[in-house]
Design a protein around this ligand. Structure first.
Ligand code: SAM
Length: 322
């Protein structure tokens, strides 16, 4: 499966803000913690020959495609793609990338959260109810570290299933869906995306089954967040990144739903209260994609970009740039 079709969200906005303060005469380092199809990573490389990138992804397909693209574009000397969950990024960089610290740290760090179009388009990964496939949803499907969606659906008790559908999916029919899953799995374990979609569909009142949004959308989102522990990983990661920044270096984070955005907003705000490493939040309100971007890529409509900058001295009052 090719990554060529992935549309990079808020590309210009991210690269512009992260490169704005880069020196013109020495090397700068950037971190792209969500390499995916490499859209953002390569944009740094194209922007300036002095820019170098350290990227991560935990998805074996993204890594394979990425390494092939890095080689074919002759960028081996300027970008390293690290196979890890980004929660381990800070630790790995400290151990293996002294060159970044010799340069004073990262000029910019980017996270474009969630899964890529590739995940949704590849039936065997189980992220989408559009295709029949195994109910997997692990971003790293070659590791046993996380449970698959099928393991969660077939082993969590009814109370926990209801909780994740409510908390992570804001699903109004959570109680009924959890109850029905438990009932169905007594007869036969639920193994495929279409089996789960069918259960959720029949839990919806008839008049709501054929609306604009597929009834399974929220349940699938909730399961994906639970499988990959996306919210926990995100909140554990952001604070570890701030000490990796060069003075005036920035972190830019694109989130795709309110739960992620709330974590970014709160961790950024709390970081401003700390004095040891002063930072300033540059976005009073998140930056959103333009109407034009949304018309080219409807998935970008829920994207929100927040930016933080490391500063010399803690300010009394935050003056937002955006
Ligand atoms: C939205 S895509 C990024 C797309 C990329 N910016 C582009 O334009 O091509 C998110 C990528 O981040 C990866 N990812 C998500 N959470 C991760 C985590 N905790 N650790 C490492 N990679 C992660 C996913 O596997 C996916 O490939």
């Amino acid at each position: 499966m090719s990554y060529g079709s992935h549309y990079t969200v808020l590309k210009k906005e991210c690269i512009d803000t992260l490169t704005e303060k880069a020196p013109t005469d020495v090397k700068s380092y950037y971190a792209d913690l969500t390499f995916g199809g490499g859209g953002h990573s390569f944009e740094f490389l194209y922007r300036n020959p002095l820019f170098n990138v350290r990227s991560t992804d935990q998805d074996p397909d993204a890594l394979k495609n990425g390494n092939a693209r890095i080689e074919s574009e002759g960028m081996l000397g300027r970008i390293k793609l690290i196979n890890t969950n980004f929660v381990h990024f800070a630790e790995m960089i400290r151990e293996h990338s002294p060159e970044v610290f010799e340069a004073g740290g990262f000029q910019g760090i980017l996270l474009d959260l969630g899964v890529s179009s590739h995940h949704f388009d590849e039936a065997t990964r189980g992220f989408s109810f559009r295709f029949d496939g195994p109910l997997d949803m692990r971003m790293n499907h070659e590791s046993d570290e996380f449970l698959t969606a099928a393991e969660i659906v077939n082993t969590y008790d009814e109370k926990d299933l209801k909780r994740i559908f409510e908390e992570y999916g804001e699903e109004k029919n959570a109680r009924k869906i959890a109850m029905k899953i438990v009932e169905e799995r007594k007869v036969k374990s639920i193994e495929t995306t279409k089996e789960l979609e069918n259960i959720v569909f029949h839990c919806y009142p008839k008049e709501h089954r054929y609306g604009k949004t597929n009834p399974s959308t929220r349940v699938f989102q909730a399961l994906r967040l639970e499988v990959n522990r996306e919210l926990e990983v995100l909140s554990n990661t952001i604070t570890q990144l701030i000490p990796l920044l060069k003075m005036n270096g920035r972190i830019a984070i694109i989130s795709f739903h309110s739960l992620e955005d709330r974590i970014v907003k709160n961790v950024f705000r709390d970081s401003m209260a700390l004095t040891e490493l002063p930072v300033e939040v540059l976005t009073k309100k998140p930056i959103l994609p333009t109407e034009e971007e949304i018309s080219h890529n409807s998935r970008s409509r829920s994207a929100k970009l927040r930016i933080l900058e490391r500063i010399e001295v803690k300010k009394d009052k935050n003056k937002y740039k955006y």
